[in-house]
Design a protein around this ligand. Structure first.
Ligand SMILES: *Cc1c(COP(=O)(O)O)cnc(C)c1O
Length: 372
């Protein structure tokens, strides 16, 4: 048994299996760049990246240069796409570590060309998410690309805002906008060879347009697909959660009716109760919004959170789990027999999204890697 108060078991076997299912869904002609930003969505960027590289991934995608450098320092030799762009002071590191920057304005493209940046780049087009990406007409993009002296633009990309929303036309509009830019570039014979648009939702909900040569899937490799809205088509593939999160009981109490529990006395026992104090709180990533209502799995049953989640501890109702003792683990995310909790359900209860729950699992939670 793991000698930790709280830990996350990361199944590298399941990660690999999820990767293979995405691969089967997109087909052999489409490259997969698993997204390993934010410490691989809390799963541990280095171990996850090594396993995905072993599984055949030739690209990985990160947010920033520092994340790419960490992977290089650990000996990862895949192409590494830096999606969040590269600020001026990060350029030298980007070149030194052979990272592949995503460029987000046409001015930056010209500037990198003038600076004779000796590495290929990808250009992000803003087709409607209005976040990063060049807001430019097809003609402006053609002019910028055809005017480059030495900079190699290997990829052209965009990013969906609402790929899982089937009660919106935004995705169709974004695709039409991207296609117009691609057509103009093709006509001018300067279309970059690698085209990409989709993350998890785009692939899972079949938004991938036929011309795409790469997908940037993050959440799906970790075993989740964002729930869709409207009339969603059948999923292109299924995945299983990679991470199990456990924490041990550090306290047990029998309390009489009327006992106030936790900060602000936000719970008052309506009857005599057996309560358990779990060694994980919001500093470990238990959403504070789970106070008085969220659930963990304890003793093979769902156990409700009582009162406020505190920084290091969360109190749960163990009235139905009399056999648990101090030191026994409970499951925050994962399965005990037939009963399970996952990041999506936890997020729903907290008014969050599965992404933020996974990324929020704190540094104090030791990651333990299971090869199978
Ligand atoms: C994070 C991110 C992704 C991955 O999204 P998922 O929904 O996790 O697959 C893809 N592309 C960009 C630009 C991103 O920022």
């Amino acid at each position: 048994m793991t000698a930790e108060r709280t830990w996350a078991e990361v199944s590298l076997g399941r990660l690999a299996e999820n990767y293979r299912r995405i691969e089967a869904a997109v087909g052999a002609d489409v490259l997969i760049a698993p997204v390993v930003k934010a410490n691989a969505y809390g799963h541990g960027a280095v171990d996850v990246s090594r396993r995905l590289a072993e599984e055949g991934a030739r690209y990985l995608a990160v947010n920033c240069v520092n994340e790419g450098v960490v992977l290089r320092e650990s000996g990862i030799s895949c192409r590494i796409l830096v999606m969040g762009g590269v600020l001026r002071f990060e350029r030298a590191a980007c070149a030194e570590w052979r990272l592949t920057p995503v460029v987000h304005t046409l001015e930056e493209l010209r500037d990198l060309d003038a600076a004779s940046l000796n590495i290929p780049v990808h250009l992000m087009i803003d087709t409607g998410i209005t976040r990063l990406g060049a807001q430019a007409t097809a003609e402006e993009v053609v002019n910028a690309l055809s005017g480059l002296k030495s900079l190699r633009v290997e990829g052209l990309m965009s990013h969906f805002a609402s790929a899982e929303c089937f009660d919106s036309r935004q995705t169709e509009e974004q695709i039409a906008c991207f296609d117009a830019v691609c057509q103009a570039l093709r006509a001018a014979r300067c279309l970059p060879p690698v085209l990409h648009f989709s993350g998890t939702s785009g692939v899972a909900y079949g938004r991938r347009s036929s011309s795409m040569s790469l997908v940037r899937t993050g959440l799906a490799v970790y075993g989740y697909i964002p729930p869709g809205t409207g009339e969603t088509p059948p999923l292109a593939f299924t995945v299983d959660p990679v991470l199990t999160w456990r924490a041990r009981l550090v306290g047990l109490k029998e309390v009489p009716e009327g006992t106030c529990i936790g900060y602000g006395a936000r719970f008052r026992a309506p009857r005599p109760m057996r309560i358990g104090i779990v060694a994980a709180g919001y500093a470990d990533g238990v959403p504070h919004r789970l106070s008085n209502g969220g659930q963990f799995v304890a003793g093979g049953r769902l156990a409700t959170i009582l009162g406020a989640v505190s920084m290091d501890l969360t109190t749960i109702d163990l009235s139905e789990a009399p056999s648990l003792r101090i030191g026994d683990p409970v499951t925050l995310i994962g399965r005990e027999g037939d009963v399970s909790m996952d990041a999506q359900k936890m997020a729903h209860a907290a008014g969050e999204i599965s992404y933020s729950v996974l990324c929020g699992i704190g540094n104090r939670v030791k990651r333990v890697y299971l090869p199978g």
